[in-house]
Design a protein around this ligand. Sequence first.
Ligand code: FDP
Length: 335
Amino acid sequence: MQDNVMTLDRHFLDQQRKYPQARGAFTKLLSEIAFASKVISREVNRAGLGDILGRAGYVNIQGEHVQKLDLKAHDMMVRILNHLGLVCGLVSEEKEEFVTIPDRYPVGNYVVNMDPLDGSSNIDVNVSIGTIFSIHRKISDNPRGCAQDSLQAGFKQVAAGYTLYGSSTMLVYTSGQGVYGFTLDQALGEFLLSHKNITIPENAKYYSVNEAYSTRWTPGLKKYIEYAKTSKSDGGCGMSHRYIGSLVADFHRNLLKGGIFLYPADTSSPNGKLRLLYEAAPLAFVAEQAGGKASNGKENIMDIIPSDIHQRTPLFLGSARDVDQVVKYMAEDNQ
Ligand code: FDP
């Protein structure tokens, strides 16, 4: 193997060596999240076999109940995190309450907020989906953690990232020292460094929004979208529109190519749709570390102090100049 091939674990070790006081707990946690992603990736790749092997809600030939893939992804993550002794609890899109680690396992000083399988409406139609994760340090006095540990502002995250299950499986993460992307080599079963120090292009090439909801938008947002279509600021003839409807995939494309992702509030969803803790905040951390920005239209996503573990937020995310621009247009709505 070439000497410059960098596996994820080797990268984590190199990063850890920069901090002599580090004891490896955090590195181990990231490494196990990566392992969970590999297991989920394998299941996602078998998703089309559901009809042959048994549908969710039915019993398969081994007599086991076949789970929906998003619930399965949640269980895989939880099973892996339970055993580590590094995490005291977690918030998952799949569970209403803060999930504590069962008493029979030791706990540690981290909490994980996660969407085990985001974009679930795309699973059955073979469109890219992803896992999103966010890691915080425990702040409560409760030795086994509680919701307070998850309800921290985005700027308190110690690491965040996502795994995209697309034409290849890719893990992208930041721990506040830049953004790194690793592509899964299926034959080796290893994530290999493929994207070092990712920076988001300054000007957005794409705008990504569900335009079917445009009649419910505010006047400021409508104006921004017109601007996006016609802006010649980049010497071009306006931005192109790309919308998969799968947050991780839409964000990942825009991160690499330059773009802005918008999921605004509208007259029927006054708080938008996306979740602050395990969708908006982790992707905001990645975007900021890549030189981009994230806003809810008024406030930086990273500064919002959450009050509910499943809190929703409007989201404007991507190339810095364009996030600033949409915020400027939307300020007109408040005048
Ligand atoms: P999904 O409903 O398929 O789970 O977070 C949910 C999410 O997907 C995002 O991944 C995606 O960006 C968004 O919802 C799509 O919502 P719309 O269908 O309303 O555009």
